[in-house]
Design a protein around this ligand. Structure first.
Ligand code: UFG
Length: 327
């Protein structure tokens, strides 16, 4: 397959780029390097430093090759930031994404894989794992911005064949440490734990211990980024075969509480992860666990890293590496 990727210098995009290359596909990456990092771009690929709303440049790029699919990763991803700067999220994650899709369509590229998020579900009413067809009620502008883009693709399913992948909590790093999460102001749980593990921070704050969960801390479905990357490769094959719009949750279907994650990290590090309880973070849901029946039914996918220990270990190993390299 010949894939055009936006956001390939970002966390998830760079892992997908590697999975595509490792399985013998051709890729071209577009990234404006605002949150992406050149250091984690795969070597020897076509790369364009370009914004997704630059219609003229994107047109040239699409016309330069016969792409099978656009995979669109470029986007802002910080839930709390989105609460304070909603416009930044609607501008980039919705308006610019739609402009990109229109440019693709104008140039006969109408197969799209879109990175969406479990944040669009908000706080689901019942305690069951979340299926793709529940009512969408995002709690924050980040989730809202992704939901609006999904709606555009779904409403235009006569023009586009798209696969919308709703990521649950993505964590971990490439087993060969070719890439991982780089963030100047980390907000994600396992990233912050990793920073504590390597001494970059002294402790982690647990946001809320008054949730209706077993230990009072919030529950999430953590999926290893390399498994998520493999899902994209299989979803791409599925899309080219079936040429139909569809939506899939991406997770393992099992929830861990914040305390459980910290305890596992303490087992790995010999109790290096000091923590304190703090108040709830704005925009946070209580429990987000995926119902994965649909993706397991349609997409040929075998998880390789469905193990919290492996996820945390790879994340800490990556943190050590970037600490040494000063990234
Ligand atoms: N948390 C802490 N302390 C921290 C950081 C996080 O207690 O220092 C808690 C959060 O309050 C939350 C859990 O750890 O309960 C996970 O938080 P993350 O920031 O790691 O992830 P989120 O669940 O907020 O959001 C992530 C992605 C979203 C996605 C969502 C889906 O950023 O894109 O997972 O579950 F939608």
């Amino acid at each position: 397959m010949n894939i055009l990727l936006t956001g390939g210098a970002g966390y998830i995009g760079s892992h997908v780029a590697l999975s595509l290359l490792d399985s013998g596909n051709d890729i071209t990456i577009i990234d404006n390097l605002i949150t992406g990092n050149k250091e984690i771009l795969p070597k020897n690929i076509n790369f364009y430093n370009c914004n997704i709303n630059n219609k003229k440049k994107i047109k040239e790029i699409i016309q330069s090759s016969q792409f099978d699919i656009l995979m669109h990763f470029a986007g802002y991803i910080k839930v709390e930031e989105s609460v304070y700067q909603p416009e930044k999220y609607f501008e980039n994650n919705t308006k610019n994404a739609i402009s990109l899709f229109e440019t693709c369509l104008e140039n006969n590229l109408n197969n799209i894989i879109f990175s969406s998020t479990a944040a669009i579900y908000g706080n689901p009413k019942n305690n069951n794992p979340i299926t793709e067809n529940v009512i969408l009620e995002p709690l924050n502008p980040y989730g809202e911005s992704k939901m609006r883009t999904e709606k555009y693709l779904l409403a235009n399913n006569d023009k586009f064949n798209s696969i919308i992948l709703r990521y649950f909590n993505v964590a971990g790093a490439d087993s060969q440490l070719r890439t991982g999460l780089i963030s100047d102001e980390a907000t994600h749980l396992i990233k912050i734990i990793s920073e504590v593990a390597v001494g970059k921070r002294s402790k982690i704050l647990i946001y809320g211990n008054d949730y209706q969960t077993l230990d009072g801390t919030a529950l999430r479905d953590y999926i290893h980024v390399s498994d998520l990357a493999d899902i994209h490769v299989e979803a791409a094959k599925y899309l080219l075969k079936n040429k139909q719009t569809n939506v899939f949750n991406c997770g393992y279907g099992k929830g861990y509480s914040v305390l459980e994650v910290i305890n596992e990290a303490n087992n790995i590090t010999g109790n290096k992860i000091k923590f304190e309880f703090s108040k709830r973070r704005r925009g946070d849901a209580e429990k987000l666990v995926a119902d994965v029946n649909k993706i397991n039914k349609y997409i040929k996918w075998q998880p390789r890293y469905n193990n919290l220990k492996k996820i945390i270990e790879s994340s800490i190993n990556w943190e050590k590496k970037i600490n040494e390299k000063n990234l």
